[in-house]
Design a protein around this ligand. Structure first.
Ligand code: FE2
Length: 328
């Protein structure tokens, strides 16, 4: 598909170059065929050479400033044949021709700059539009997570922490800003699928039966179903894979290693870290974070991506206060 798109683009560029060149050739034929020796044809001679501005304008619209200038230089090159074959004996006419060439160049620069500025404004407007669109969807997404929170407040608080942590880690890894935002939303929603799980299973304090565990394990799939129509395909994908394990023992797809999207592996680390930290009571003298580290080190290479985990500790160390739950 990408290949196809690329081919179309190349074909379209070739066609445009061809049209610009054809324009120059046609105008030149018309211009040089209407001889100045005939008084009646002279007016056409002048008129046709004004048409050179059209291919220059096309060059500007299609290929911006460089295209405009290159086209103008080509036009000047062709037009300069006058100097070789048709050098007027009148000083005034010679000035006129040189002035015409200068105006081709000036026109190309002005047209090229104007078109470039216009394009830039359009791109910016497009970016603003896309941003507004994202904001709107993000609001929907936030209220989705509140929906889950109304039923299960612990999960909401946990999700907010995972979101902040995942976004923070993604920034540390220097991922693109859009991906950081997507990870934040994915963190917020990673357990949204629990909406589809019965209260007596979801909120059961005792140990779950195998069948109940099976139900809980459906939550990434349920989440994907809920999130897909909302319009952030990346977010729904990240949420779908947040319980995949590095060694392939995770669910629901049993993906392995790098086949798990990086964002999914980040979410798994953030999710595990926060769950362990909030599980451990802060009892006397023990450093809870050291305990968490020890437990997570045992998961390196099995549940979690070992290399990524190393990076994660580096990210955590950058915030010694452990106050790195970023609000986004
Ligand atoms: Fe989960």
């Amino acid at each position: 598909m990408f290949e196809n798109h690329h081919n179309n683009e190349v074909r379209s560029i070739r066609r445009k170059v061809f049209i610009v060149l054809l324009g120059i050739v046609l105008v030149s034929i018309l211009h040089f065929m209407t001889r100045t020796s005939d008084q009646g044809l002279h007016v056409w001679h002048i008129f046709f050479r004004k048409l050179y501005f059209i291919p220059i304008l096309a060059g500007a619209v299609w290929f911006l400033l460089p295209g405009a200038i290159i086209t103008a230089i080509a036009v000047i090159g062709v037009y300069a044949l006058h100097l070789l074959f048709d050098w007027s004996q009148f000083q005034m006419e010679r000035m006129n021709q040189i002035g015409e060439m200068a105006s081709f160049l000036l026109f190309s620069v002005v047209a090229g700059v104007l078109v470039t500025l216009e394009r830039r404004a359009e791109t910016k407007a497009e970016r603003v539009r896309r941003y507004a669109e994202r904001e709107k969807i993000a609001t929907v997404v936030a209220s989705l997570s509140e929906t889950l929170g109304a039923r299960d407040p612990d999960t909401l608080a946990h999700s907010q922490r995972v979101a902040g942590l995942a976004a923070r880690f993604a920034r540390f890894l220097k991922l693109a800003e859009e991906e950081v935002q997507d990870l934040y939303l994915a963190g917020l929603l990673h357990d949204i699928g629990k909406i589809g799980i019965r209260d007596d299973v979801l909120l059961k304090p005792e140990v779950l039966t195998a069948e109940e565990r099976q139900q809980i394990m459906e939550h990434p799939r349920i989440a994907e179903k809920i999130l897909k129509p909302v319009g952030f395909p990346a977010v729904s994908r990240y949420v779908a894979v947040h319980h995949e394990n590095w060694d392939g023992t995770g669910y629901p797809e049993g993906l392995q290693g790098a086949a798990i999207p990086l964002a999914g592996r980040i979410l798994a680390i953030a999710d595990t870290f926060d769950a362990l930290r909030s599980d451990r009571p802060y009892h006397q003298g023990l450093n809870p974070d050291r305990q968490v580290r020890k437990i997570m080190a045992g998961m390196a290479g099995s549940k979690l991506d070992a290399e990524l985990l190393q990076q994660f500790w580096r990210c955590v160390e950058e915030s010694p206060s452990m106050d790195f739950y970023e609000k986004n």
